[in-house]
Design a protein around this ligand. Structure first.
Ligand SMILES: Cc1ncc(COP(=O)(O)O)c(C=O)c1O
Length: 388
C-alpha cells in the first residue's frame, strides 16, 4: 500500500503494486493475454483487449504517475514511440518549439516524418527562456525540452519556461503545453511537474528500467484531456509497451532510489577526477562548480546524476580512450547499472551532420560516460589506463 504522502522509495516499490488478490503474490504478474473473457454484452472486469489496456501495464502506469507526481501515465514501446504519441495529439497547422540540443532522434522524427503532416517546428536554445518567448506563434501548442541536454549538459530553467508558456496560454486562449524529457535525471532527482511542466516524457529504456534489457517510453500527464488523448492514441496506433517489458520496468523502478544515489555519488567522483586530469581538456557535468549553470542545477535537481561528457582533444584521442576501456563498455544508450561510454559525434549525434554538430558545439573529441554502479575505484582505474 502506498499513498502520495509516502517517500519516493516507498512509492517506487508499492505504488500500483498491491499484492495480487488471488494468491497474494507480491509481484505484479505478467499478464500474457491479448484478450479477456467478458460476462455479457458490455460487461467485463475492466479489461477488454490488451492494446487498450493490460493489468501489468496498468500497474506500471500507476507507478510512474505516482513517481512523477502526475495524474496519469501512458507507456509505449520505446521512448521514440512516446514522443510520437506526444505529437500525435497535434493537428495540421500547429507549431512546436523544441530545444535545439535534444536527443538526435527527436528532431529526426519531427523533421523527417511529423513535418510532412503540416506541423511546424522551431528549434531554439531553451537555456534562455527568452528564446522560447520569441519563438511563439499564435499556433504554438507545445514546447518540448530536455534538461540537462545530451551531451553538453546544458540546463533549462523549467520553472521559467513554464511561466513563459502560461503567459502565452493566456494570450492565445489555448493551452501551450510544456513537456520535459526527464530521461537523464529520472524522477528521483528532478520532478518537472512540481516545477510547472504539463507533461513529462521518459525513455524508460534508461534509468527507470536501469538494466539495459528492454526498451520503453512513457508520457506522464497532469490533465484529464491529455490522459484521455494518450489512452486513445495507445488504442488507435498500438505502439504500446508489452506486459513483459512493463514488468521489467516495474522491477527496475523498485531499486531506482538506491541506484540513483549510487549513480550520483560515483558520477560526482568520476567528474571531479576527470576535471583534474592533465589529458582532459574540459568536463561537462552540472555537479562541478565550474559548470556555468551549477546554481540552477542545485535549485532544480536534487542530485547531478551519472552523465558526464569530457573533451579528449581530437577524434584520435577519443578513439584511443574508447578502444582501451575494459570495465566501461563502448556502446550507445545510458542509465544502466553498467558504465557505458560513447562517442556523440559518430553515435547519438551522427545524424546531425558535421555542420549541425558544430552549430551546437559537439566536437569530434567529446566522449560521454554514463557512470554505472560498479565500484568507482574500478571505473577510475579503467579511465586512468585508457587515458594514459
Ligand atoms: C533523452 C532521450 N530521449 C529519448 C530517447 C529515445 O528513447 P528510446 O531509445 O527508448 O526510443 C533517448 C534515447 O537515447 C534519449 O536519450
Amino acid at each position: 500500500m502506498s499513498n502520495s504522502q509516502h517517500g519516493f522509495a516507498t512509492r517506487a516499490i508499492h505504488a500500483g503494486q498491491e499484492p495480487e488478490t488471488t494468491t497474494g503474490a507480491v509481484n505484479v504478474p505478467i499478464y500474457l493475454t491479448s484478450t479477456y473473457a467478458q460476462q455479457e454484452i458490455g460487461k467485463n472486469k475492466g479489461y477488454e483487449y490488451s492494446r487498450v489496456s493490460n493489468p501489468t501495464r496498468t500497474a506500471l502506469e500507476q507507478n510512474l504517475a505516482a513517481l512523477e507526481g502526475g495524474s496519469s501515465a501512458h507507456v509505449f514501446a520505446s521512448g521514440m514511440a512516446a514522443i510520437s504519441a506526444l505529437v500525435a495529439m497535434l493537428k495540421t497547422g500547429d507549431h512546436v518549439i523544441c530545444g535545439s540540443n535534444v536527443y538526435g532522434g527527436t528532431p529526426r522524427l519531427f523533421n523527417q516524418i511529423v513535418a510532412h503532416y503540416g506541423i511546424e517546428f522551431t528549434y531554439v536554445d531553451t537555456s534562455d527562456p527568452e528564446n522560447v518567448r520569441r519563438a511563439f506563434t499564435p499556433r504554438t501548442r507545445l514546447v518540448h525540452i530536455e534538461t540537462p541536454t545530451n551531451p553538453l549538459m546544458q540546463l533549462t530553467d523549467i520553472r521559467a519556461v513554464s511561466a513563459v508558456c502560461r503567459e502565452q496560454t493566456k494570450r492565445v486562449g489555448e493551452p501551450v503545453d510544456l513537456c520535459v524529457d526527464n530521461t537523464f535525471m529520472s524522477p528521483y532527482f528532478q520532478r518537472p511537474i512540481e516545477l510547472g511542466a504539463d507533461l513529462v516524457m521518459h525513455s524508460t529504456t534508461k534509468f527507470l528500467n536501469g538494466h539495459s534489457d528492454g526498451l520503453g517510453g512513457v508520457l506522464v500527464a497532469t490533465r484529464p484531456d491529455h490522459a484521455e488523448r494518450f489512452a486513445f492514441i495507445q488504442k488507435c496506433t498500438g505502439g504500446i509497451l508489452s506486459p513483459f517489458e512493463s514488468y521489467l520496468i516495474l522491477r527496475g523502478v523498485k531499486t531506482l532510489a538506491v541506484r540513483m544515489r549510487q549513480h550520483d555519488a560515483s558520477g560526482r567522483e568520476v567528474a571531479a577526477w576527470l576535471a583534474k586530469h592533465s589529458r582532459v581538456e574540459k568536463v561537462f557535468y552540472p555537479g562541478l562548480p565550474t559548470h556555468p549553470q551549477h546554481e540552477l542545477a542545485k535549485r532544480q535537481m536534487s542530485g547531478f546524476g551519472a552523465l558526464i561528457t569530457f573533451e579528449a582533444g581530437s577524434l584520435e584521442r577519443a578513439n584511443d580512450v574508447l578502444k582501451r576501456v575494459r570495465v566501461c563498455t563502448l556502446g550507445e544508450s545510458l542509465g544502466g547499472v553498467e558504465t557505458l561510454i560513447s562517442h556523440p559525434a559518430t553515435m547519438t549525434h551522427a545524424a546531425l551532420g558535421e555542420e549541425g554538430r558544430r552549430k551546437i558545439g559537439i566536437t569530434d573529441g567529446m566522449v560521454r560516460i554514463s557512470v554505472g554502479i560498479e565500484d568507482v575505484e574500478d571505473l577510475i582505474g579503467d579511465l586512468e589506463q585508457a587515458l594514459a
